[in-house]
Design a binder for this molecule. Structure first.
Ligand code: SAJ
Length: 420
């Protein structure tokens, strides 16, 4: 059976691009989000999130009536759930949004439908979702009860797109398809092939769930290695950037780059899902998280030491020392400040600093709430002219273009190796 109408539940960073990708292939797409404002924005052909090229694709899709957003589920042939899975308490995954999305579509499900979970989730979540659906619809059969004969097919298919390149990676990346049965996988592959140029690689739902968590944990562990090296090199008075460049000349060594910490909504979160389910076994994954989460505090200590040196070497009082933070985004060349270690560091510096704290962030026009009262958003040239202590936090292209002769400060804390 082909998919006439596709419904995407959760119109955020993953759901909206996915909805737009199906709509751009001429499919009727129903987007569902509990956020009334997001629904209204999308139905005007506009977007409520920042992602290159997304605005254009959504505008076209809405204008040609292929994409329409609602706050409540409607009948469709396929449902993709792409709602957030944050953590709660002691880094336990919070599945409340997935449960509420699953329960909300249950009443409109019909025989022949396909339900896909895309949200990053702990192992076993797809089976759990299938149980919630079965609980609410005893008139339909599900794969855990009827296997290949199920009325409704269910699969786990994680996204793996890189923020900033979503519209390209969504189409080009290979896709892991974890059906609860081979038929579930076949139908899910058929669905993604509507827009996918990459390959559909088929497995079961538990392996697919673990695969997503593994990908981001792999990156977190590797970044932690680089961050730990930066701490060791600081003690040993070795330039970590040069060290990594040299070590990476080895044909089987490829060390990532240290930084102010790990931000974003995935890499700093997903490894905890593995740790929560496997506290005894996941020693390395837990330690990597702690190393990366500890980096902002280490940077702040370096800034305090630089200010102390500045005070010792000049006649200034603490209240006369100006600190400038370069970059607030969670990674280079984006405007996304959420879960950013740079914002955390700027906040901690501003709370501690008796003098002025400046921030330069070429990609935003307004500071986030946590900095609004204590930090002044400044242009690069003004910050370079006014600050006593410079703190490099994000290697945006604009900062890499600053010429060495424009930087005259003695006290520099450079977490990205821009001002080597
Ligand atoms: N970072 C470093 N050093 C590096 C690379 C990154 O400190 O060498 C930092 C960044 O500055 C940032 C954080 O890590 O703070 C995460 O950035 P990222 O570019 O590694 O990843 P995200 O969070 O933008 O996207 C990741 C991607 N996962 C992998 O590369 C394995 C993406 O493919 C996933 O789809 C996404 O998480 C997700 O949604 O899960």
């Amino acid at each position: 059976m082909s998919f006439e109408t596709i419904s995407v539940i959760g119109l955020g960073y993953i759901g909206l691009p996915t909805a737009a990708a199906f709509a751009s292939r001429g499919k009727k797409v129903i987007g569902i989000d509990v956020n009334q404002l997001a629904v209204e924005t999308i139905n005007r052909g506009e977007i409520h999130i920042v992602e290159p090229d997304l605005g254009r694709v959504v505008k076209q899709a809405v204008e040609h009536k292929f994409l329409q957003a609602f706050t409540h589920p409607q009948v469709a042939d396929a449902f993709l759930i792409a709602v957030p899975t944050p953590f709660k308490g002691d880094h336990e995954p919070d599945m409340a949004y997935v449960e509420s999305a699953a329960r909300s579509i249950a009443p409109v499900l019909k025989k022949g439908d396909l339900v896909i979970l895309e949200s990053t989730s702990p192992v076993g979540s797809t089976e759990q979702m299938a149980n919630w659906l079965a609980e609410m619809r005893s008139d339909l059969s599900f794969p855990q009860q009827a296997g290949e004969q199920a009325d409704v097919n269910i699969a786990y298919c994680p996204e793996r797109v890189l923020p900033g390149q979503v519209m390209v990676e969504l189409i080009k990346n290979d896709r892991v398809i974890g059906g609860m049965t081979p038929t579930c996988s076949a139908r899910a592959s058929e669905l993604y092939k509507i827009f996918l140029e990459g390959e559909c690689v088929v497995t079961n739902s538990r392996t697919a769930e673990m695969c997503k968590l593994t990908e981001n944990s792999f990156r977190d562990v590797n970044i932690a290695f680089a961050n730990e090296l930066s701490l060791i090199c600081s003690e040993q008075n070795i330039n970590v950037w040069e060290l990594i460049r040299l070590a990476n000349r080895h044909p089987r060594v490829n060390i990532l780059q240290p930084g102010p910490g790990v931000g974003g909504h995935c890499i700093a979160v997903d490894p905890w899902f593995i740790v929560a389910q496997n506290p005894q076994q996941a020693q390395l994954i837990r330690t990597a998280r702690l190393v990366n989460d500890g980096k902002p505090l280490w940077v702040v200590e370096k800034v305090k030491a630089a200010v102390a040196d500045c005070l010792a070497a000049t006649n200034k009082r603490a209240s006369e020392v100006t600190i400038a933070c370069f970059g607030l985004a969670f990674k280079p060349n984006i405007d996304d400040l959420r879960e950013s270690p740079a914002v955390e560091i700027a906040h901690l510096i501003a709370q501690w600093n008796a003098g002025q704290t400046l921030a330069v962030e070429p990609n935003v026009r307004k500071l986030p709430k946590s900095l609004a009262d204590s930090v002044t958003l400044t242009e690069t040239t003004d910050a370079l002219a006014q600050a006593d202590v410079l703190v490099m936090l994000v290697d945006h292209q604009q900062f890499k273009a600053i010429k060495p002769e424009e930087v005259n400060q003695t006290w520099i804390v450079d977490t990205k190796g821009v001002w080597r």
